[in-house]
Design a protein around this ligand. Structure first.
Ligand SMILES: Nc1nc2c(ncn2[C@@H]2O[C@H](COP(=O)(O)OP(=O)(O)O)[C@@H](O)[C@H]2O)c(=O)[nH]1
Ligand SMILES: [Mg+2]
Length: 390
């Protein structure tokens, strides 16, 4: 392979008081790690925010020895802002295909770069070092409290963003295709992402833009020198981001759930309404039959509401517009809803009230819907009614 066919990457090292760490990391990169990565031409860019410990002076001295070492300096505005400035600069200066985020404190093993770039070569747009997958780890000496906080943090992010594939939202070790940064640049240029919220937001936005995200196991090492700059800024900004994002871009499952809940209300009150109506008009009907009929009518009303609102909101990106399509899918929707929303619940309500008594009617409905209808419908809607055609 000739030199010119090599792809270019820039490792961005944000630093704030990392003098002693860069003294180790930079020679390690240039002398041992980068020469082993044959098919990539890799440069290093230190983004130092005028560290009072003189990190920049150390980097300048190292630049004498390593011509591919670059440095930019500025005011301290936070980790996210440092990445933003560094990425912009790197893209302008040398048009790399890939931008790499790496902590300067030796927490991120530089040797993992090979595996990350291999994944990029396989077609992933964003590859993240993941501490919480098989082969990855956090330090043994992390106390129970720190492990628990990290767990709660990831759980909160996954819950808000409704993504369970990402196990490590906050990891800072990442290989990012430049096209991903270019696509997100405008959205990421916000004050709320100046700090550590950058990590979660960047990853989430990449997923929202349908970029292909891959994972490599990361064995995270605690820094030996200096201290973490992670502060309470992070919790406030991240919660703010998660809350505004769930309102602005509610995940599909939550839309489905909300529409389904509305349909459930139609069904719930409809059941009571029609049950009384039938009881008044045909008092001779048995309790099981009466409630089965009442639920059938109420449920059909909720099916119509569900179809309309799911089509225009939950699956707006796969919206059915042609009359023919709408009719055929509505028939399927009715068939599946009849099974999951009417047949099974009504039979169980009929059977249940027969065994337990009329007073359990609404309770049985709630249980059947939560544990059978909801999961079954979500799968059916995604696979058969509003299929992803891309
Ligand atoms: N330029 C710059 N670098 C920062 C800033 N905050 C953190 N860093 C760097 O980002 C990396 C990760 O920060 P660290 O404090 O170790 O975070 P932790 O690993 O999550 O505890 C380190 O290389 C820090 O020096 C900042 O405001 N500006
Ligand atoms: Mg660190």
């Amino acid at each position: 392979m000739s030199m010119t066919s090599k792809s270019k990457a820039v490792i961005i090292l944000p630093t704030y008081n990392e003098k002693e760490n860069v003294e180790t990391l930079i020679p390690l990169l240039f002398d041992q790690v980068l020469p082993e990565i044959k098919n990539w031409q890799i440069k290093v860019l230190v983004v130092d925010d005028n560290s009072p410990d003189g990190t920049a002076e150390t980097v300048k001295a190292l630049q004498q020895k390593y011509p591919s070492l670059n440095l930019i300096m500025g005011q301290k505005q936070g980790l996210g802002k440092a990445y933003f400035k560094g990425m912009n600069y790197a893209v302008k200066k040398c048009q790399p295909q890939v931008l790499i985020q790496m902590d300067a404190d030796l927490s991120h093993n530089p040797k993992l770069l090979t595996a990350m770039l291999d994944k990029i070569d396989l077609g992933y747009d964003l590859v993240i070092g993941n501490r919480y997958i098989k082969g990855g780890s956090v330090p043994d000496d992390w106390g129970l409290k720190r492990k628990f906080l990290s767990f709660i943090g990831n759980l909160t992010a996954s819950l808000f963003l409704f993504n369970w594939r990402v196990k490590d939202w906050t990891t800072g070790y990442r290989a990012i295709k430049t096209k991903v940064f270019e696509a997100l640049k405008k959205e990421m240029d916000k004050k709320e992402f100046n700090g550590y919220t950058w990590q979660i937001a960047f990853l989430n936005k990449s997923l929202q833009h349908n970029f292909k995200v891959g994972f490599v196991p990361l064995n995270f090492i605690d820094r030996r020198i200096g201290e973490s700059k992670l502060g309470s800024e992070y919790i406030v900004n991240t919660l703010f981001y998660l809350i505004t994002d769930i309102i602005k871009n509610p995940p599909r499952f939550y839309r489905f759930a909300l529409i389904g809940f509305f349909g459930f209300l139609v069904n719930f009150f409809g059941l009571a309404f029609f049950a009384y109506l039938i009881k008044d008009n045909w008092p001779s009907l048995s309790v099981g039959i009466r409630n089965t009929i009442a639920n059938s009518i109420a449920a059909e009303l909720s099916i119509i509401s569900n179809f309309i609102f799911n089509n225009i909101w939950t699956f707006h990106d796969r919206k059915l517009v042609e009359a023919k399509e709408i009719v055929s899918q509505f028939v399927k929707f009715n068939l599946s809803s009849f099974t999951t929303g009417i047949l099974v619940p009504s039979l169980i309500i009929g059977l249940g009230t027969l065994i337990l008594g009329d007073q359990y009617r609404q309770l049985i409905l709630v249980l059947v819907i939560a544990f059978f209808t909801v999961p079954a419908n979500y799968i059916i809607y995604n696979r058969f009614i509003w299929r992803n055609k891309t």
